[in-house]
Design a protein around this ligand. Structure first.
Ligand code: PBG
Ligand code: ZN
Length: 337
């Protein structure tokens, strides 16, 4: 922190002077929140005409590609232009091979949305294997470390292949979420070799092993069938390690970096924002969404007020962009003023 300058004392100094006129209040508002700051998740599943509600996330659905077009169209009308795509495949196996299928669910979803909405939308793909493996871990398993664990190096080429496949199907940005060491470098090499040197990587650089992912695992049908993700996602107690993860990802060529979850980690968002020059993304995750929804349904909080305040708080902490299941509602509320 820079040295604090003298600001005067009461009664000369009266902070309320800038608060009594609502127009002046607007003029001195420091942080903004706009629909263009927000990214809406989309959960794709095979089929047609499918909109399957996610029980723990009111208003969120698993959608077939045709219905994803409808979802994106409605969001676009509200002012949301960017989407983060997840896929729930028809079948799972120990390796998650369905993720690499050129006609896989995310690839089909990308093509359907692109065909309908063209360059009006930015399509970001979550790059991981946990939705595709029958054991629910984020890639193939092995004993390299002496215990049964998520393999690291063996998953890197597969992750790069998934990204190339998504880029080829129309992804504008790839977002690797598996917290593998070296993932950004491997993906960069893979994309460049396949002619996608202009496709940015939004890295889940600082992702904690969080209880707040609970409802997502319903939505994506991806809970680990044994153990947890503690051997690849970060310990919630650690802050310095976030800087190490950040430095590595920047060095490997990350174009944007994400902090996830957001709400319990706003100190990390601020730290990351202050230490790098690339856009910072905060993921307002499923559990954060579910808590607000549950309290609002009971009438215990004012949903609109709380959602806008939470998203603004993430912006104030330093997030340039926010991935949120509230995106569309927030965009509508912002528009309504
Ligand atoms: C996949 C992934 C997860 C989330 C985003 N990508 C789940 C996890 O790591 O278990 C969580 C998103 C949310 O909770 O909203 N690795
Ligand atoms: Zn995963």
């Amino acid at each position: 922190m820079e040295p604090w300058l003298p600001h005067g004392r009461f009664p000369q100094a009266r902070p309320r002077r800038l608060r009594h006129n609502p127009l002046v209040r607007d003029m001195v508002r420091q942080t903004s929140l706009a629909a263009t700051d927000l990214i809406e998740p989309v959960f794709l599943r095979p089929g047609q005409g499918i909109m399957k509600p996610v029980a723990s996330m009111p208003g969120v659905f698993q959608v077939s590609p045709d219905m994803a077009v409808r979802q994106a169209t409605e969001a676009l009308e509200a002012g949301i232009r960017a989407f983060l795509l997840f896929g729930i495949p028809a079948g799972k196996d120990p390796r998650g091979d369905a993720a690499l299928d050129e006609s896989g669910i995310v690839q089909e979803g990308l093509r359907a949305i692109r065909a309908a909405l063209g360059d009006k939308v930015v399509l970001i793909t979550d790059e991981c294997f946990c939705e595709y493996t029958d054991h629910g871990h984020c890639g193939i398993l092995g004993h390299s470390t002496g215990r049964l664990d998520l393999e690291n190096d063996a998953n890197l080429p597969r992750l790069a292949t998934q990204c190339v496949s998504h880029a080829r199907a129309g992804a504008d940005i790839v977002a690797p979420s598996g917290m593998l060491d070296g993932m950004v470098a491997a993906i960069r090499r893979g994309l460049d070799a396949a002619g996608h040197s202009h496709t940015p990587i939004m890295s889940y650089a600082v992702k904690f092993a969080s209880g707040y992912y609970g409802p997502f695992r319903d939505a994506a049908e991806s809970p680990p069938q044994f153990g947890d993700r503690g051997s690849y996602q970060m310990d919630p107690a650690n802050a310095s390690e976030a800087l190490r993860e950040l430095a590595l990802d920047l060095d490997e060529g990350a174009d944007m970096v994400m902090v996830k979850p957001a709400l319990a980690y706003l100190d990390i968002v601020r730290m990351v924002r202050d230490r790098c020059a690339v856009p910072v993304v905060a993921y307002n995750v499923s559990g954060e969404f579910a808590m607000v929804k549950a309290a609002a349904e009971r009438g215990w909080i004012d949903e609109r007020k709380v959602v806008l305040e939470t998203l603004l708080g993430m912006r104030r902490a330093g997030a340039d962009l926010i991935i949120s299941y509230h995106a569309r509602d927030a965009a509508r509320w912002l528009r309504a003023g």
